[in-house]
Design a protein around this ligand. Structure first.
Ligand SMILES: [Mn+2]
Length: 319
């Protein structure tokens, strides 16, 4: 299927040779980060009942329904442990910096490889999701690493999450093929799709406000401010506010959009999305990065914020 044949065996042999395996993923996890982490945990546990697999990192309340838990482990657990970091492009974004204490580190990711780390790296930036890569790992290893329904549920949630329900251009024949395998493993795809698609009433009401107040210029650049005051008014926390991000893209006139989330220290966290024009090189200029069409950044003040919008507007002017 690809010239990657050996990487699956290499990863499998490392999993085989360690009794303790600790799975990390990025801060502010999304369903793909948690799906790949929890899905891989369930796969290893089902195929190697004697191994101990931990999952670390904070879990936002709104994704607790996925059922991934934060293991309470100490420094000592990392001695002679294999660490696998999932869905995390750069080391600064790894949730729980103790990942470094592992005896061996594997990186599995689908973001552009701006920060190579780990003893073994499996990075494919054209893939829809890290969860899809984990399904492939199981598929390539056949009977050695069999899929289970419990693992499949989380991995399916990861694929659905990172593709916006199979909407984005990272979706290819592999994505449907591996999603099909997950359905064959017994996943209730309608239930998971619904769980990920629905939002609490308070978030829907915030969405109503956002749709009425979004700023869109003549080039199709849009931005929205999620101030602390606004989030408080609708009783929505920063993690829950991530549900607003894809909604702006449903507006026909919008080509690139930015959600500014004001932080307590006066800086802004920026979530940048684009329908077609590549934006991650701009995000990289503002302490961020990510995928071609979905990136994050951080600006220090209002003038930097203007500069970021100006850079993005420039991309649309030059189209
Ligand atoms: Mn991902």
């Amino acid at each position: 299927m690809s010239n990657n044949t050996n990487i699956y065996r290499q990863i499998f042999e490392l999993i085989q040779s360690y009794n303790t395996i600790i799975l990390h993923r990025h801060i502010h996890p999304d369903p793909d980060a948690l799906g790949a982490q929890g899905g891989l945990q369930r796969l290893i546990e089902a195929n190697f009942p004697d191994k101990v697999v931990y999952t670390v990192g904070q879990i936002p309340e709104n994704l607790e329904f996925l059922g991934v838990k934060t293991s309470d482990i100490r420094f000592g657990h990392y001695q002679q442990a294999l660490v696998i970091v999932l869905d995390t492009a750069n080391q600064a974004r790894i949730d729980d910096q103790r990942y470094n204490l592992g005896e061996k580190i594997i990186k599995i990711d689908h973001h552009p490889a701006t920060d190579p780390y780990g003893d073994v790296q499996w990075v494919e930036d054209h893939r829809s999701s890290t969860s899809e890569m984990i399904v492939q790992l199981s598929h390539e290893l056949g009977n050695d690493f069999k899929m289970t329904k419990e693992a499949a549920e989380l991995l399916y949630a990861g694929i659905v999450g990172d593709t916006g329900r199979f909407l984005y251009d990272s979706v290819d024949a592999n994505t449907f093929y591996y999603a099909g395998q997950l359905q064959e493993a017994g996943v209730n795809t309608a239930l998971i799709g619904r769980n990920l698609d629905q939002m609490p009433l308070k978030v829907a009401q915030l969405a109503g406000y956002v749709y009425s107040h979004v700023n869109i210029n003549e080039n199709g650049l849009a931005y929205v401010d999620l101030t602390n005051q606004l989030l408080r008014k609708f009783n929505v926390d920063s993690d829950e506010s991530s549900m607003i991000v894809p909604l702006i893209g449903k507006i026909e006139e919008v080509k690139i959009w930015v959600i500014f989330v004001a932080q307590a220290d006066g800086t802004f966290r920026c979530r940048i999305r684009s329908k077609e024009v590549t934006i991650n090189h701009v995000a990289e200029q503002y302490r961020g990065g990510g995928h071609h069409l979905a990136s994050g950044a951080k600006v220090h003040d209002l003038s930097e914020r203007e500069a970021l919008l100006e850079s993005l507007n420039h991309l649309l002017e030059n189209e």
